[in-house]
Design a protein around this ligand. Structure first.
Ligand SMILES: Cc1cc2nc3c(=O)[nH]c(=O)nc-3n(C[C@H](O)[C@H](O)[C@H](O)COP(=O)(O)OP(=O)(O)OC[C@H]3O[C@@H](n4cnc5c(N)ncnc54)[C@H](O)[C@@H]3O)c2cc1C
Length: 434
């Protein structure tokens, strides 16, 4: 029986035809129409294959549209392994290379994304995620990649050399499949962790998945008094040693800490808490004034006290900081707000300076997947050929994007990885000479 007749019995999505005797149209199904799935589709398409993307939502790229607050920070000049986390960083470092950086940039400009680069952060020149959305979908259309929306993949069955993909309304058959279903982060965009179930079914190891790029929670009551305050700071995540340092704007909330610098600190938090580590974030409110030690701060306040006559400590500190920060830190340091700097004992000056350059906040956890921009953990890179992203366990099964055990810092690293993973799969599946 010719292949096309055999396929038509199980409800083919489009016509299958023979290119020449014995040369069948290879069918590739990509599960998930996020960035990594769409890029996989575009880069896998060649003249003698049929590429179809199955997307759960009523349109693809739902998450992309909300990235970077709708501006889509899609890449970063600092595309280096230091900005990525995985349980297998050695393996990951093989693909976070200069050569691959150039591939990502070539691909994005080739499909019409014109970059606007701010401090190394790449945005579309329009400042709108829609430009990236349109560029990707237009390229998919030009390449004749099919996208079928409202299609939830419920199961994958391997039968001899093919895959049967079960969905909410029909079955599909594929010679190769790419699983691009994303992680569990921000499930309202469609990424509900289905890919982990599919991968597990085929014996892939999943490293524990936790929310990352997310707000931190604390049990310290004084944080509530700071709720709503924003400040430019240096933050350091510590346990028994320094784990990670960041600078930027912190936002205090009634449950804890937020802001991009906090999101970046959050990546290892859940893993470390699961190992029963005691975590703290130390905040330096004087980093922007280039003051990093108790001595430097005491000298600064001495000088300021000499310059300004008849000022209370509150009045001096309010020259530098938000009044809520000043009130709270004086209270924690047990210093009366209306006392003058000269009347504060040396011990108290030391305590105050310590709290101003290294305020210690106990970390109890993070907000959940509904709030997280990414996940740490996922399909183990040990089970994947890192240069093709093909499974080592199941031939012709590929994985891309956030589903893998890869998490990047805020700043375009995650979309950068999603694009790269799609390109690598395309190189493996597609015809480079096409
Ligand atoms: C609020 C927010 C802001 C962000 N901002 C940035 C930023 O500025 N820069 C940056 O680099 N990164 C950012 N990220 C992270 C970035 O968006 C993701 O890393 C990236 O989109 C992951 O792409 P993906 O293709 O792996 O997965 P997703 O984009 O999650 O795509 C997975 C797709 O698979 C579909 N799917 C899932 N299960 C099934 C199923 N069973 N059947 C069919 N389809 C299915 C989903 O509906 C979804 O469309 C942000 C994330 C969030 C949540």
């Amino acid at each position: 029986m010719p292949i096309y007749q055999k396929y038509s019995k199980i409800n083919l999505i489009s016509n299958i035809f023979l290119l020449k005797d014995g040369d069948k149209m290879e069918k590739i199904i990509i599960i998930g129409g996020g960035v990594s799935g769409i890029v996989s589709g575009i880069s896998s398409k060649k003249s003698n294959n049929e590429v179809t993307i199955l997307e759960k939502n009523n349109h693809p790229l739902k998450k992309l549209l909300i990235t970077g607050n709708g501006k889509c920070n899609y890449f970063n000049k600092e595309f280096k392994i230091a900005h990525y986390y995985s349980n297998n960083c050695d393996e990951l470092s093989k693909i976070i290379t200069k050569e691959n950086k150039n591939k990502i940039l070539k691909f994005t400009t080739d499909i019409g994304i014109i970059p606007k680069i701010k401090n190394g952060y790449y945005y579309p020149a329009s400042n709108q995620a829609y430009s990236v959305y349109n560029a990707l979908l237009k390229e998919a259309q030009v390449k004749k990649v099919k996208i079928i929306n409202d299609t939830i993949v419920t199961d994958i069955i391997k039968k001899q050399n093919q895959f049967i993909i079960k969905t909410n309304h029909r079955e599909f058959i594929a010679d190769k499949i790419v699983i691009s279903t994303g992680s569990k982060a921000y499930p309202k965009t469609g990424s509900t962790g289905d890919g982990y179930t599919f991968a597990q079914k085929f014996s892939h190891n999943i490293n524990a998945v936790y929310p990352a790029l997310v707000q931190l929670t604390t049990c310290d009551k004084f944080i509530k008094e700071l709720s709503g305050v924003r400040s430019e700071v240096e933050v350091t995540l510590t346990s028994d040693k320094i784990i990670k340092k960041e600078t930027g704007e912190i936002q205090f909330t009634d449950y804890g800490l937020s802001g991009i610098c906090i999101y970046n600190l959050s990546i290892p938090v859940n893993q470390l808490l699961s190992q029963k580590k005691h975590l703290k974030v130390k905040i330096n409110f004087f980093h922007d004034f280039k003051i990093n030690t108790i001595k430097e701060l005491i000298n600064e306040l001495d000088k300021q006290n000499q310059n300004l006559k008849n000022r209370t400590i509150t009045e001096i500190l309010e020259g530098y900081l938000n009044y809520k920060i000043v009130n709270t830190i004086l209270k924690i340091s047990q210093i009366k707000p209306n006392i003058s700097w000269t009347n504060i004992s040396q011990d108290k000056k030391n305590t105050l300076a310590k709290n101003l350059i290294s305020l210690s906040v106990n970390i109890t956890g993070t907000k959940d997947f509904n709030n997280s921009q990414s996940c740490i953990g996922g399909i183990s890179l040990k089970d994947i050929n890192i240069t093709t992203l093909e499974s080592k366990k199941i031939k012709n099964m590929y994985f891309t994007g956030e589903l893998l055990d890869v998490c990047g810092d805020c700043g375009g690293y995650n979309l950068g990885f999603a694009i790269l993973s799609g390109l690598l799969v395309g190189e493996a599946i597609g015809d480079k000479n096409d």
